[in-house]
Design a protein around this ligand. Structure first.
Ligand code: CA
Ligand code: CA
Length: 480
């Protein structure tokens, strides 16, 4: 119980480039930010308003909606009325009782989440005169985005060879994060309506910088002569704001954001956020997405330890580890048996490619601390790795493979094994570094197989039909 109260979810951006490496993390959760005297519940969807109110009276708690969408899935905050002295024990007892209650699908402490500080580098000013990153296989003149040459991370997942085949046309990718702002290099990217679960409004713009950067990796406007490129640039972005300008949110808002995205047509959900402890309410939301055919991609976490964060470690989620330029996994990337694949998260402490810039992931976003400005910023983290995979998932879906289990299989089987990965998989890389070109080819082959399969099936039916018709005609010739 106590450990459950000690959970901390945070957005997965690693420490500032100039700072010392954090000490290897002890296997103890950070102290404690759960809202005092508050719980989060996901009640049975069939309960009536009267039954919800009755439940509140029975537990002597105040039931509050998370947003105007709360009634749909019956996700609520619960405030416990008690004097401060005995409140903690009372909250624990109520939580235990709720978890046994048949009207309750899931219940958690009201965890508070926060973002570790970020100190991105800027590319706009003092653009270095360095060697451009090697861009393997790029078509001459494509893409024409001037800062593309610094996006070594797109090269690492073999985007130049994938783009001619697939761009994720029309696939809806939800970015469950701090919001998304259409900065200059996202203006040519299609957006669909989302929701802001912090302010409970339809305005899900980014007041932090993290979510827009993530959205840029997925679908930055590409080949528009401006800025940088993105993986699935013809995909549509659905902004789901569940983290505040300070980078704090709640498991209730995240769970509700996931369900909102599923209910409004998202085909991929990216969650570059996580925490060390399991949340029933969030796990149920991930399962809800998976069961309805939505691919959920999550960052493995930045603690540099052998335990994958939640929701990445939840069933139904694709957990993504982070690599740097030399294809080793990074100092901050979590590892464990849940890791599915690795993708570039970068390391802004290094310049291994010698282009004069820290080896971060480069996208256009709002400036942290001043969301009225925008810039091209280098971030690092498993937060940056996950959207590379979400983008490739959109390419796979665009090629016709939609089932989440099959999308995952294609991502894993087509992943490229770097020299450092000696086996078919390990707990650091999963099955290897995601390979956009190989994934698209595998998806196309699977779609073709299925097409041939259904053609064979319909030919079979036709033959059966022919036999039946002949029998029928014989019967008509020889009536009994
Ligand atoms: Ca661009
Ligand atoms: Ca560099």
């Amino acid at each position: 119980m106590r450990t459950a109260l000690l959970s901390l979810l945070s957005v997965l951006v690693a420490a500032p480039a100039r700072a010392q490496a954090p000490p290897p993390s002890a296997d103890v959760p950070a102290e404690a930010p759960a809202l005092e005297g508050e719980l989060v519940v996901d009640l049975n969807d069939r309960l009536t308003d009267a039954q919800v109110a009755e439940l509140g009276r029975r537990y002597d708690v105040q039931i509050l909606p998370v947003s105007s969408y709360s009634h749909r899935h019956r996700i609520y905050r619960m405030q416990v009325r008690a004097a401060a002295a005995d409140r903690r024990a009372l909250v624990a007892r109520i939580l235990a009782a709720l978890r046994r209650d048949r009207a309750v699908e899931a219940a958690d402490p009201a965890l508070i989440y926060q973002i570790p500080e970020t100190a991105p580098g800027s590319l706009t000013r003092d653009e270095p005169v360095g060697l451009p990153a090697r861009v393997e296989g790029a078509e001459r003149g494509f893409p024409n985005d001037p800062k593309y040459k610094y996006q070594w991370h797109l090269d690492q997942i073999r985007m130049p060879r994938a783009w001619p085949q697939a761009q994720g046309q029309g696939v809806i990718v939800a970015v469950v994060d701090t919001g998304v702002t259409q900065v200059e290099d996202l203006r040519g990217t299609e957006m669909v309506p989302g929701w802001n679960f912090i302010d409970n409004t339809a305005d899900a713009r980014d007041d932090h910088g993290h979510g827009t950067h993530v959205a840029g990796t997925i679908a930055q406007t590409t080949h528009n002569g401006i800025g940088v490129a993105g993986v699935a640039y013809k995909a549509r972005i659905m902004p789901i704001k569940v983290l505040s300008a300070q980078g704090s949110g709640s498991v209730a808002a995240i769970a509700e954001g996931v369900r909102w995205a599923v209910d409004h047509g998202a085909q991929v959900i990216n969650m570059s956020l996580g925490g060390r402890l399991y949340s029933q309410v969030l796990a149920a939301a991930v399962q809800y997405a998976y069961d309805r055919g939505v691919v959920v991609v999550c960052a493995a976490g930045n603690d540099g330890r052998g335990k994958v964060s939640y929701p990445a470690a939840n069933r139904g989620a694709i957990a993504v580890a982070a690599t740097q330029f030399d294809e080793t996994t990074t100092f901050y990337s979590n590892w464990g048996r849940e890791i599915s694949v690795a993708a570039p998260g970068g390391n802004t402490r290094l310049d291994q490619n010698g282009d004069g810039l820290p080896d971060g992931v480069l996208q256009n976003t709002v400036v942290p601390g001043d969301p009225s400005r925008q810039d091209y910023l280098l971030f690092m983290g498993t937060s940056m790795a996950a959207p590379h995979v979400a983008g490739v998932a959109a390419l796979i879906i665009g090629a016709g493979v939609k089932d989440p289990a099959q999308v995952r299989r294609i991502l894993e089987r087509s992943a490229r094994r770097p020299n450092q990965l000696k086996a078919t998989r390990d707990d650091h890389y999963g099955y290897g570094i995601v390979d956009a070109e190989a994934a698209v080819r595998a998806a196309q082959a699977a779609t073709q197989d299925r097409g041939e399969g259904s053609l064979a099936l319909s030919l079979g039916l036709l033959l059966l039909g022919g036999v039946a018709m002949r029998r029928a005609s014989r019967a008509s010739l020889h009536p009994l």
